[in-house]
Write a protein that binds this ligand. Sequence first.
Ligand code: HEM
Length: 445
Amino acid sequence: YIISKLFILGLIMYFLFQPRNPNSPPCVSSWIPWFGAAFQFGKAPLEFLEQARIKHGPVFTVYILGNRLTFVAETEDALELLRTKEADFDEAVMQAIQRTVSISKESFHRNRSRIFKLIVRQLSPSNLHQFSETLWDEFHEHVDHLGKEGTEDLNELVRFVMFPTIMKTLFGKSFGPTNKSRTEEFERHFQNFDDEFEFGSQMPEFFLRKWSKSKTWLLTEFERIVTDIKKEGQLISRTALQAALDAADTAARTTATAIVMRRASWLHSAGAFWTLAFILSHPSIYKNIMEEIVSVYGKAGNKIEVFEDDLRKLPSIKQCILEALRLTSPGVIMRKAMKPIKVQNFVIPPGDLLLVSPYWMHRNPKYFPEPEIFKPFCPGLERWKANLEKNAFLDGYFAFGGGKNRCPGRWFSIMETHMLVVILLYKYQFTLLDPVPKQVTSAGI
Ligand code: HEM
């Protein structure tokens, strides 16, 4: 009994007074062993991180749930970090995935990079035309059901149309929820799973019963989808990706499906929602966009067919999508330090999780003058135009991550959002009844 008490006391003393390497970044810790700053962080992540940044400068470490998370806040440091081999993507996401789905380390490494490369190839700009017809059919099926007029929550409306559309386009027509109540059930579990993913994938499931229940529900559903996909060969393409999935074991297939679905769902419809919300709340931008749409399709309100080629004639909407994502990018970009990494005057020790926040980077006035304002194409400040024609993003733009692990779904996602925005703006004349909500409510973690 005494020994165990001494052990716990020793542990507490260690966490309270552990020696700090003078070269490591300053550390925000707490007196609670293992949990560290989890409670303060969980309550108001953005405020917590902002305070830490003011107090400790642009590189600092937060000790949470047994992990050391090192935040890098300067754009130049982040660009460098995402280029270095010592900052590893797979190692950073593996732990969370492994705790969510049971998959061995070897299977994860073998399958993730293979599936990632295939998605990159399948969803590259030159391949996108093959999805545009299916996307168009799916969008229309949903938008036709919406009727000619009414009052709707914009966020709900976008999700209702977008979620099943992307899933059916990527995973095949027979994908999951076929009616409204099933879709809602799926979305509810997805929301629970997504909301608490960062905590759920680190803590014993006992602490997060709702998360755990939704995870089990979704995994069962994923397994069913994966079995159907295998039967029908419909994931993204019947050829290359199907072959990779066939070669992978069931756990790896389920993991791949879960990763793609997680990435492809909420982030995705949030982007479309914000694009519409920003356009509609800026009357002169709304007017410009409508003139552009009418110049391509004629008087608004009729039924139109939108294909990938048409989208090229509507560049302003693409600029609005990127500008909306700049201001509302959720999530952090995560890597793991495999060797000591020098950032500014500090040396980040191996094992640290490295975090780059698009929220901070996108508000750097050096890269984005007047960063808080939605300015997709005001004269002299054409944030996006030149680079988009070359299918490249601006330096300092991290909405889709960075380096060689940048989001493989980015061009597909922009195309799909572009299409939906055109369809909705052409069909309806919108009036906003409520003010646009505050843009980012959390640190985006
Ligand atoms: C607006 C929509 C989207 C945004 C903002 C977004 C953003 C991101 C970001 C920030 C990353 C991490 C990149 C890094 O660490 O450098 C990522 C990875 C990824 N994204 Fe996207 N994404 C979007 C849509 C999609 C879509 C539609 C797909 C599916 C086709 C997709 C598939 C993936 C995959 C497979 C990964 C790698 C994930 C992993 O291995 O864990 N994303 N995305």
